[in-house]
Write a protein that binds this ligand. Structure first.
Ligand code: BGC
Length: 928
């Protein structure tokens, strides 16, 4: 009889711990089991649900423990249930888990008695942010709940106390279809008798500037508030009050606020409006059917980062450096300034000639200003805006020291679930940069960037980044919500907007790799969290997208022509033409149609929708055939002859014969050699290329690409001091100047999507079954690293893989959580399957020193790092070619030629300067 510890307190859907105000009547449950005997396998669980009528216990015989169905009758609005679980193998039950509580929100529009209200004359586009105020008399509260949402963003105060710790609530959703409301437990803030609720409203996404076209007020021109306060007294009677026409509005001290432009605040005015003349409010009609409860965590202040330096710029400006590109705002402490003094804080991610580099912000002013009250000590901090920055220029504040300034980091308060470490510090820094990139681009919506006049939910960016995101943080609820917005904004013909929530309003948006987010992101969530429900909810959206592409492809079965972003930001595209990629947009398009059709077929299969599965399999097969006919030669060359084309073809099984696959594999590796091991892919190819190389046995080439440090490469930005992932491979040029393109962000996660490969392949921790119920442990050590490790809090608990090699042996430590098992493939060993617990293996190091082999071909010289470095250095020193890229370019036509001819081949162009010295230096190394 195998035993285990008590399960963890249950989770509901993708929420952690107890939840107040959940949006569904039958929330699914998950738990983890910290420890269990070796032979333990859960064979049954019991859920005890305690509601007003008392506890009921439900017994279910199954091994499932992730997102299992709600066992009891559905919850009604406001219903509360205490839930605990226990499990067993055979024999005795485990101890009960600690309980969690789930409380439903308002599940029907009819549950709202409050109405949206909007100030009648205040709160114009150019006037201060309003404070809305309501007063009511209430009995002593046994339980108090405040439900709130707004057209705009809000911060609320009840009886003088801040309600909750969310910022920029209610966040950003596709407002016409889905508007989130928050439920707060305000029992402790209420008092018997008179109560006062005050809410300041900012423009936020609803009415502020949005997008690069300079538009504002895209969702409407009136700010409005919906608030409902519900008090249950000691006798169990419910008293409900809410926003109605008795509310009033005054002006707050926020004179202007905008997410892009910043906030202007007059600290001489009372923050909450004081007793100035009160404006009546109008009740405004809003369809309450759009209200939804949150699926994931809110935006909060998640970290405080102190200034690391205060410096003077060449022009004499005071510059604060926070040492890290981040997203949030600056909190300044000032004192002794005359009342009315204007303090100005401007933000930027980089310096340009020692001054704030604001050109990349385009039209976003990113400036907070304060008119100080003149106190001994004043704290200057906005609340209705955010900026992406590392540096801030402060004027008007007098002398500042580091202790006077902090950066407050904001973002969706996602639970960290993934870590990576290794023996190469630059790679670790790159990984940290990926983490920061995610943190900055998850301010309620997965965005492209957080700083310029954009910050939109670009579908392509999260399409490529979602696997990485799902490893690093628990994005289950966050992306569930975003996918609901995607489906809501999808066109009736299945087209998917380029950005979600959609503010670009393209009439028929169909772009490969962008719209494919509709099919890819649900699948990634399923794969990484085990959530079958997300497939069920998104299936019609997924199908809609593929049906649309299928009809665009028509009888030819090729999706060609029309607008495409293609392999966006291929490094060879010029700064002003990011579309100009080497891979033809038509090839990218048809490849994505196949991939999405495959995923829809698989999703339908998981859901038991056999007919649909068969249909999409047939679509995929027909398009595959057309792709191969149109774009693949008999030997496996592709149109386009570019790494992204090969990477897609290899990863998505677009090559019909083994011969074509082998040919494509060889060609991909040679193209990487030809670039001198520099990255040569844009948004589409970048997440695929290392997997494609390793899949064909080119581990060395993949590592050479990964660890390249000159431009363009993943590590080049690290060598330039980057603390986030950049939008462009060369957002900062090697001479330290800012890329002249008008689109140059220093915080874009897309090109960091290779981190998923670091986790899965370098460290070797991959999902082998949905939700990591089975781990696939297959580390691929390389001589470039002596160790690597990844850790991930799976839905079953923490899993980890850590390897270390010393030239003799490779030791591998693996932890498998209870409820999961692991298929383990170690270099040179037979595959095995192990159960939960800690495991250690010591096997011969696959990177043991090999006896040095004289290179036979020029390709062998490329592949021998030490020799290649000598060739490049000597060639550059002799002035024959400038750098690695130039040497590679000269030698690429001769990859199959004898290594001994290499020096002659370098001079194939005819000029002979430097020839003799190179012969002297290199020939002994190259000739047998
Ligand atoms: C964004 C990208 C986005 C792209 C569309 C840019 O302006 O910043 O990340 O995906 O437009 O290609």
């Amino acid at each position: 009889m195998a035993r285990c510890t008590a399960p963890s307190s249950p989770r509901f859907e993708h929420h952690d711990g107890s939840v107040v105000g959940i949006g569904m009547a039958t929330p699914r449950l998950s738990w983890t089991i910290a420890e269990a005997d070796g032979g333990f396998v859960q064979t049954a669980y019991e859920v005890e649900v305690t509601r007003s009528a008392g506890p009921r216990v439900f017994t279910v015989e199954t091994a499932d423990q992730v997102l299992v169905p709600w066992p009891d009758a559905p919850l009604g609005s406001r219903d509360v249930a205490g839930v605990r679980v226990r499990v067993r193998h055979t024999g005795d039950w485990s101890p009960w888990s600690p309980p969690s509580t789930v409380e439903a929100g308002l599940l029907s529009p009819a549950d709202w008695t409050a109405s949206f209200v909007s100030p009648r004359t205040l709160a114009g586009l150019q006037t201060p942010a309003p404070v809305l105020r309501g007063r009511c008399t209430l009995p002593a509260a046994a339980v108090g709940r405040l439900r709130l949402t707004a057209h705009g963003v809000y911060e609320a105060r009840l009886n003088g106390h801040r309600v909750g710790d969310e910022v920029l609530a209610p966040g950003w959703t596709s407002y016409p279809h889905r508007l989130r409301y928050q439920t707060h437990d305000v029992t402790d803030l209420l008092r018997a008798g008179d109560n006062e609720l005050e809410v300041v409203l900012g423009n936020g996404w609803f009415r502020g500037r949005l997008g690069f076209l300079g538009e504002r007020g895209l969702y409407g021109d009136r700010l409005a508030l919906l608030a409902q306060l519900e008090v249950t007294d000691a006798d169990g009677e419910r008293h409900v009050v809410g926003t109605d026409k008795t509310w009033t509005a005054t002006e707050s001290r926020v004179l202007a606020d905008d997410l892009y432009d910043g906030q202007r605040t007059d600290l001489r005015r009372p923050r909450w409006g004081g007793d100035g003349p009160a404006d009546p409010v109008d009740v405004v009609p809003v369809d309450l059917g759009v209200l939804v409860a949150p699926d994931g965590p809110p935006v909060r202040v998640t970290q405080t980062v102190p200034a690391v330096a205060v410096t003077r710029s060449p022009s004499g400006a005071t510059i604060l450096d926070f040492g890290q590109v981040l997203v949030g705002w600056v909190r300044l402490r000032v004192g002794g300034l005359p009342a009315g003094t204007e303090v100005r804080v401007r933000h930027a991610e980089v310096l340009d000639g020692g001054e704030l580099g604001t050109r990349p912000l385009r039209t976003a002013r990113a400036t907070d200003t304060y008119l100080v009250a003149g106190g001994e000590e004043e704290v200057l901090e906005p609340a209705l805006t955010f900026h992406g920055f590392r540096y801030a220029e402060v004027s008007g504040a007098g002398e500042l020291s580091r202790a006077d300034a902090d950066a407050l980091v904001i973002g969706s308060d996602l639970r960290r679930t993934g870590w990576f470490s290794c023996s190469e510090p630059t790679l670790e820094r790159f990984h940290d940069n990926v983490v920061w990139g995610l943190r900055g681009n998850t301010v309620d919506v997965p965005t492209d960037c957080p700083q310029r006049d954009e910050r939109l939910g670009w579908t392509g960016d999260i399409q490529v980044f979602s696997p990485t995101a799902a490893f690093l943080f628990d994005v289950g609820g966050f992306l569930t919500s975003w996918l609901a917005d995607l489906a809501a904004d999808q066109r009736p013909d299945g087209s998917v907007p380029f950005v979600v929530p959609d503010v670009l309003h393209d009439p028929a948006p169909t772009a490969a790799a962008w719209g494919d987010a509709a099919a890819v992101v649900p699948w990634v969530l399923y794969e990484r969290t085990g959530d079958v429900g997300i497939l069920a909810r998104q299936l019609s959206s997924m199908r809609g997208w593929v049906d649309r592409l299928d009809s665009l492809a028509g009888e030819s079965r090729l999706w060609s022509g029309g607008f495409q972003f293609g392999d966006w930001l291929d490094p060879s595209a010029p700064p002003d033409d990011p579309f100009a990629a080497k891979t033809a947009p038509d090839v990218v398009a048809t490849a994505h149609l196949i991939r999405s059709a495959d995923l829809v077929a698989r999703a339908a299969e998981v859901l038991g929708r056999d007919e649909a599965a068969e249909h999409y399999r047939t679509v995929a097969a027909a398009v595959r055939e057309a792709f191969a006919r149109e774009y693949v030669t008999a030997g496996g060359r592709l149109l386009s002859d570019a790494p992204t084309a090969y990477a897609m073809a290899l990863q998505w099984d677009l090559l019909p014969t083994p011969g074509q696959r082998a040919g494509a594999q060889r060609r991909l590796a040679d193209l990487v050699r030809a670039s001198g091991f520099h990255i040569d892919t844009g948004f589409v190819g970048t997440p695929l290329v290392t997997d494609a190389l390793v899949g064909g046995g080119d581990l060395d080439v993949a590592y050479r690409l990964l660890l390249q440090t000159s431009c363009p490469s993943w590590l080049y930005p690290v060598t330039m001091g980057a603390t986030t992932v950049w939008e462009r491979w060369d957002s900062l040029l090697p001479d330290g100047s800012i890329n002249p393109g008008e689109m140059t962000s220093f915080n874009h996660y897309a090109l960091g999507a290779v981190a998923d490969w670091l986790h899965r392949v370098v460290a070797g921790l991959a999902p082998g079954a949905p939700g990591y119920r089975r781990l696939l442990v297959e580390p691929r050590p390389h001589e470039a690293l002596t160790s690597a490790a990844a850790r991930h809090v799976t839905p079953y608990g923490e899993a980890s893989v850590a390897w270390e090699r010393d030239g003799e042996v490779l030791s591998v430590d693996v932890v498998v959580p209870v409820g999961a098992d692991a298929v383990v493939r170690l270099p040179g060993q037979d595959e095995l399957t192990v159960g939960h617990g800690s495991h250690r293996w010591v096997v011969p190091d696959p990177c043991r020193e090999q006896p040095h082999r004289t290179p036979r071909t020029v390709r062998d010289v490329f592949d021998d790092l030490a020799l290649w470095t000598e060739v490049v250095d000597a060639t550059a020193a002799a002035g024959v070619a400038a750098d690695e890229t130039a040497v590679a370019k000269r030698l690429t036509p001769f990859l199959d030629f004898p290594a001994g001819d290499l020096v002659e081949r370098l001079f194939a162009h005819g000029r002979r300067e430097g020839h003799d010295s190179l012969v002297r230096q290199l020939q002994p190394l190259l000739a047998p």
